[in-house]
Design a protein around this ligand. Structure first.
Ligand SMILES: *Cc1c(COP(=O)(O)O)cnc(C)c1O
Length: 397
């Protein structure tokens, strides 16, 4: 079996950083996730300094990646935690996030999850329906607590991203629709254990067309006016996450343009005096810091196609199969002329395919491959299907 460091070719200039990092890892069994904590710190630093210019508060969306070293750095740089399950709230508390920096969203919070969050006095529930408001009120009453809530409103703004990661259109299950607001407001006024502290929006993920955020701001302004007209001043606005990353050219765009992103909100959002603006970033903070490292097991030559069969599949990285996501694939072992491949995994599913018809240097058994930009929504979605072992996480800094 070839060792990791022996599987690298040293002659090419490209992806040298990844190769340098891999050289240290002789016996690591593939597949594994490789995280560049240096890059992660730089990314967090850039995001935090861009946000703090405007006194914006950023919560890290834990569902993107909740590994211990990742959360440790998130906390070190002063981010809060955005959770979408009771276990994420639990994990955030365990990793030392203080309850007043934890927000809890999700369209289907269970009673046990709500009770847990109430017990620990988290900062805010992002509420997605009137039914949920009534249930939180009831559970809060039983604990003799006030539940702080922000209404997650579906602003019907098109995120201009893949339909499977769009969340802010009328057809999506998320949030309270505009036409329900009158009723929701009346309901809230009858719920003694609910304190309405803000409005929440999250319109989708992997948003690369930044004008989408201009549209979001315009909608938020209208909706906020609507509340003000009814005599409600809200201390918090939470505009969610969704900033995209460059899956096609990771090395040219390792760190997203946080400056432009936050500047859009600063320019377009009508923030009331004393009002606090919150963001929930996941992908943009952690995606570029991770790669899935895998080896080629077999090459299968068909009549019309060549298959490169990897030792990683949908059990390690599901995004390509779940929503046709693109991840750049790099052969770190070959400098031969390029050939066209379907790059597939070993799992017994036809959809277990990372990419069709990609050009790669001619590939052989035991070549080392990197699936780039896999730090967000990669390892967290892994499964044991086919009784697969869980891939290790390896950290370099
Ligand atoms: C997933 C999610 C986020 C983070 O989205 P990214 O695209 O990773 O920035 C933020 N808020 C909520 C409510 C989410 O569900």
């Amino acid at each position: 079996m070839s060792l990791i460091n022996e599987a690298l070719v040293s002659s090419t200039e490209t992806f040298s950083m990844l190769k340098d990092q891999l050289k240290e890892l002789k016996n690591e069994p593939t597949p594994f996730y490789l995280y560049d904590l240096n890059l992660f710190e730089q990314t967090l630093e850039k995001a935090q300094s861009a946000a703090s210019k405007y006194n914006f508060q950023v919560h890290y969306a834990m569902k993107a990646n909740s590994n211990k070293p990742i959360l440790r750095l998130v906390k070190k740089y002063g981010f809060g935690a955005d959770c979408v399950s009771g276990n994420e709230v639990k994990r955030a508390l365990k990793r030392g996030f203080s309850p007043e920096h934890i927000v809890f969203a999700g369209v289907g919070k269970s009673d046990a999850e709500i009770n847990f969050a109430l017990k620990h006095d988290i900062f805010c529930f992002n509420c997605e329906s009137s039914h949920e408001l009534a249930v939180i009120n009831e559970l809060a009453e039983q604990q003799d607590k006030m539940a702080r809530v922000a209404l997650r409103i579906n602003p019907n703004v098109d995120a201009n991203t893949h339909k499977h990661i769009t969340t802010g259109l009328n057809e999506n299950k998320f949030g309270i629709n505009i036409w329900e607001l009158e009723d929701v407001l009346q309901l809230i006024q009858s719920l003694p254990n609910i304190e309405l502290i803000g409005l929440h929006f999250h319109i989708g993920s992997q948003i690369t067309d930044l004008t989408v955020f201009n549209n979001l701001c315009a909608r938020v302004n209208e909706i906020q006016d609507w509340f003000n007209d009814r005599g409600l001043e809200l201390p918090h606005l939470n505009v969610g996450g969704g900033l995209g990353v460059d899956y096609y050219h990771p090395d040219q765009n390792l760190i997203p343009d946080f400056e432009s992103y936050f500047a859009i909100f600063n320019e377009n959002l009508k923030v009331r005096p004393g009002q606090q603006v919150h963001f929930e970033l996941g992908r943009s903070l952690v995606a570029q810091c991770g790669s899935l490292i895998t080896k080629v097991l077999y090459i299968k030559k068909g009549r019309t196609k060549n298959f490169a069969i990897l030792d990683a599949g949908m059990t390690e990285l599901m995004r390509p199969m779940l929503y046709q996501a693109y991840h750049k694939i790099e052969n770190l072992s070959s400098v031969l002329p390029e050939v066209k491949y379907d790059v597939v995994g070993p799992i017994c599913e036809s959809t277990d395919c990372f990419a069709k018809d990609v050009m790669l240097p001619e590939t052989n058994r035991h070549d080392l491959m990197a699936l780039r930009t896999a730090g967000a929504y990669g390892e967290v979605m892994s499964s044991e299907y086919n009784l697969r072992d869980k891939a290790n996480a390896v950290y370099v800094s």
